[in-house]
Design a binder for this molecule. Structure first.
Ligand code: C2E
Ligand code: MG
Ligand code: MG
Ligand code: MG
Length: 289
């Protein structure tokens, strides 16, 4: 019977594994084409300050537009890109494109554009030089770009990583830790490099309930720690006014999420920025308080 079960399991998993392997092969060969044919695009999700709900910037999120118009989300190709090394040319394209868009957006609004970096990119020597190159190519100030890395990068003991962090610091490019609280890093690692912002992972935001302090224990702890280390906090995945209210009460600095704006194509974001600027104008004349 055990043998039966074993065989059954084997038969159950094989087609699934085959499917995954061929998905990966499909993704790898097509991703090379995508890079060569300019099939990638950046969408922008607005970010807000909690106080006054002001638009402060956007996170750039990569999408892959198939020749037939289908949009493929990063979860389906970033892991493959990381395994195959394609993340290096892909990541460089993202940086360049984000700087190009930032230069255009900065003409309308004082905004910060956040870019996700894979750990593979940070471990590769020369990242800071690439960033500096794109900044000067598009003439944007270092403070208008923000780099998002995951906690695992902080734990990297290599000289390359610490060199890169200090070069980025010299350049004046802010660094944020993405999905904070979901990794396994020790809090002590937060002091190894200068970090400007902690992005509170959506998993600590989704359960927030007004009048239930337990629901916000982790978010509140992160906000308190960030404050003592003089870092900013940005809550990810804010979907409801209730969550927004809880975070505002805890003193969270910034947020992003479906409540205030979904990731959108560049043209739509430009329109979003224009409308925000137009709406903000009359408010300036209103009496404060
Ligand atoms: P992330 O950096 O943590 O980005 C936030 C993800 O949460 C995005 O998914 C965004 O669309 C989604 N999101 C935002 N607000 C809400 C909300 O209110 N509710 C829910 N349920 N989701 C929300 P997306 O665009 O699919 O990206 C997934 C991940 O892929 C990103 O997570 C990031 O780790 C990675 N990624 C995206 N673009 C890039 C890139 O250019 N380079 C690299 N290396 N990774 C990227
Ligand atoms: Mg991110
Ligand atoms: Mg995140
Ligand atoms: Mg996330």
């Amino acid at each position: 019977a055990a043998k039966e079960a074993g065989r059954a399991t084997y038969q159950f998993f094989t087609p699934e594994l085959n499917r995954r392997a061929s998905d990966r092969m499909w993704t790898e060969s097509n991703l090379r084409r995508a890079l060569a044919n300019n099939e990638l695009e950046l969408h922008f999700q607005p970010q807000f300050s909690m106080e006054g709900r002001r638009l402060i910037g956007a996170e750039a999120l990569v999408r892959w537009r198939q020749p037939d118009g289908t949009l493929i989300m990063p979860g389906q190709f970033i892991p493959v890109a990381e395994d195959t090394g394609l993340i290096l040319p892909l990541g460089d394209w993202v940086l360049g494109e984000a700087c190009r868009r930032a230069a255009e957006l900065l003409r309308h609004h004082d905004l910060l554009i956040a870019v996700n970096l894979s750990a593979v990119q940070v471990r590769r020597p020369g990242l800071a030089e690439r960033v500096a190159g794109w900044l000067s190519a598009y003439g944007i100030p270092a403070s208008a770009l923000e780099l998002e890395v995951t906690e695992s990068v902080l734990m990297d003991e290599s000289d390359v990583v610490s060199e890169t962090f200090s070069r980025l610091r010299e350049l004046g490019v802010p660094v944020a830790i993405d999905d904070f609280g979901t990794g396994y890093s020790s809090l002590a690692y937060l002091k190894r490099f200068r970090v400007d912002k902690l992005k509170i992972d959506r998993s600590f935001v989704s359960g927030l309930r007004a009048g239930n302090p337990d629901s916000g224990a982790i978010a509140e702890a992160i906000i308190g720690m960030a404050r003592s280390l003089r870092m900013q906090t940005l809550a990810e995945g804010v979907e409801t006014e209730e969550q927004y209210g809880c975070l505002a009460e805890m003193g969270c600095d910034q947020c992003q999420g479906y409540l205030l704006g979904r990731p959108m194509p560049y043209e739509d974001f430009l329109e979003f920025v224009r409308r925000d600027a137009a709406a903000a104008e009359p408010r300036v004349a209103e009496p404060v308080g």
